[in-house]
Design a protein around this ligand. Structure first.
Ligand SMILES: Cc1cc2nc3c(=O)[nH]c(=O)nc-3n(C[C@H](O)[C@H](O)[C@H](O)COP(=O)(O)OP(=O)(O)OC[C@H]3O[C@@H](n4cnc5c(N)ncnc54)[C@H](O)[C@@H]3O)c2cc1C
Length: 404
């Protein structure tokens, strides 16, 4: 018998998260947007409940509840306010990178602050993206040059989440220039390391509490012990990291899609035209029915992919299910929010109505980590039996020409 129904334990956690979301996340979505930050009390409450450590194995200090539980938690929080997730410590991509790339000993040390229920401020981030420049070779412009006892990192990273708040970063850099995308490495850099600087914070369309800025690295010394090797296949480990974090973002998109659908359905019931609720007109009713189908399908696909990872299914099968689920969830969230705005008419465009914010957040989330196009590219490569070369399936790090 196949079942994606949450277990009793998962239902208990979900009940707690749903109550918390209703009381402290959804009603404060506008406050978070205005402050461009999640408040301390919410961060602390999330840390105390251990929500950011659900997927971290018990042996590494986490709750050992797996990716599916993490996806369920993220969906529920995303239902309240998906943007808030990006301003919570331990909800960024750092733990997913560490779990795939670090040794057990490294992971235990790196994840300890994120798993500590007394820490509502344990931010850590991944620095992957960088400015686009014209160059001849493939790979990163950020270089990791071997020096005595370790490496020296130099470069600039873009769009890094929570840079101002993060204590630590996993920084991707080019170790062997001649090997292109196959010559990458990952290193742990601390905020206090000599040569680390933080750029000016960007203003973003949605998810602005994510606190995005550049991370500068000028001859930053990193010990060999701070290099994350990614087991026997670094590219595959990096791909698993991106895929799993994409699935978590997709779960937030499902939550957002559910919320947008609920708000739209309610509005279509109370707004009347020609003596009946607009939801009773066929064109509107079909739109609602389609969006409902969208959200339900994305939800099942995300849950199934997360369950597959937890069940230890074959890597390629998990990557394919994840690529399908995440690409679909991004599109579903955007359609749900877009239609919710449309069905509200002119009111949908006003800042008083939450759907306009959902539309902005959904768009921004589809540009986190692997975009829908990159997820499609991954799925296509697996489906057609092509090799999963790093340069073809990892997100391109070079970012928009506006920064060149
Ligand atoms: C909310 C948010 C949080 C982020 N957090 C971080 C962070 O913490 N750390 C960090 O390093 N970066 C972060 N980023 C940056 C993010 O990883 C990139 O924006 C994302 O990978 C897309 O890359 P890009 O902007 O360079 O777009 P590009 O790669 O320039 O893509 C441009 C367009 O081309 C498409 N495209 C690109 N490659 C392919 C392909 N192979 N096949 C088909 N289409 C393709 C894309 O889908 C997109 O539509 C964040 C971004 C956002 C919006």
């Amino acid at each position: 018998m196949i079942s994606f129904e949450p277990s009793e334990d998962q239902q208990l956690i979900l009940g707690t998260v749903a109550d918390f979301t209703r009381a402290s996340v959804a009603p404060r979505a506008r406050e978070v947007e205005g402050a461009r930050a999640v408040s301390d009390d919410v961060r602390r409450a999330v840390a105390e409940m251990g929500l950011g450590a659900a997927h971290v194995p018990e042996a590494l200090g986490g709750q050992g509840l797996g990716l599916l539980t993490a996806a369920l938690i993220n969906e529920e929080l995303g239902f309240g306010d998906a943007a808030t997730c990006f301003g919570l410590p331990a909800f960024g991509s750092f733990s997913y990178a560490v779990l795939e790339l670090a040794s057990e000993e490294q992971a235990r040390a790196l994840l300890a602050p994120l798993c500590d229920p007394s820490r509502g401020d344990a931010f850590a981030s991944v620095a992957w993206s960088e400015r686009a420049v014209n160059r001849e070779r493939a790979g990163f412009t950020t270089l990791a040059t071997p020096v005595d006892g370790g490496f020296e990192l130099t470069g600039r990273k873009c769009f890094v989440q929570n840079v101002e708040l993060a204590e630590r970063f996993v920084v991707f850099a080019q170790v062997e220039a001649e090997r292109g995308w196959d010559g990458l490495g990952a290193f742990v850099v601390s905020k206090g390391d000599a040569g680390v600087s933080v750029g000016e914070r960007h203003r973003t369309l949605g998810v602005d509490c994510g606190n995005f800025a550049e991370l500068g690295l000028e001859k930053v010394r990193v010990a060999s012990s701070e290099r994350l090797m990614g087991g026997s296949d670094f590219t595959r480990a990096t791909l698993r990291f991106f895929a799993k974090y994409s699935l978590i973002v997709a779960a937030r998109q499902v939550g957002l899609g559910r919320a947008a659908f609920d708000v739209a359905r309610e509005y279509c019931d109370i707004r009347k035209a020609f003596g009946k609720p607009i939801g009773h007109f066929q064109a509107v009713a079909f739109t609602l029915a389609d969006r409902h189908m969208d959200v339900e399908s994305a939800r099942e696909m995300v849950r199934r992919a997360a369950w597959m990872w937890d069940a230890g299914k074959d890597d390629a099968a998990c990557l394919l299910a994840t690529a399908h689920a995440a690409a679909h969830a991004h599109e579903v969230a955007m359609r749900a929010a877009d239609d919710a705005v449309q069905l509200h008419g002119g009111a949908g465009f006003m800042r008083d109505v939450i759907v306009e914010k959902m539309m902005r957040d959904a768009k921004q989330m589809s540009l986190v980590g692997m975009t829908p196009e990159q997820l499609d590219q991954l799925a296509a490569r697996i489906t057609t039996g092509q090799p999963l070369d790093a340069g073809a399936v990892l997100p391109t790090p070079e970012t928009q020409a506006i920064f060149t």
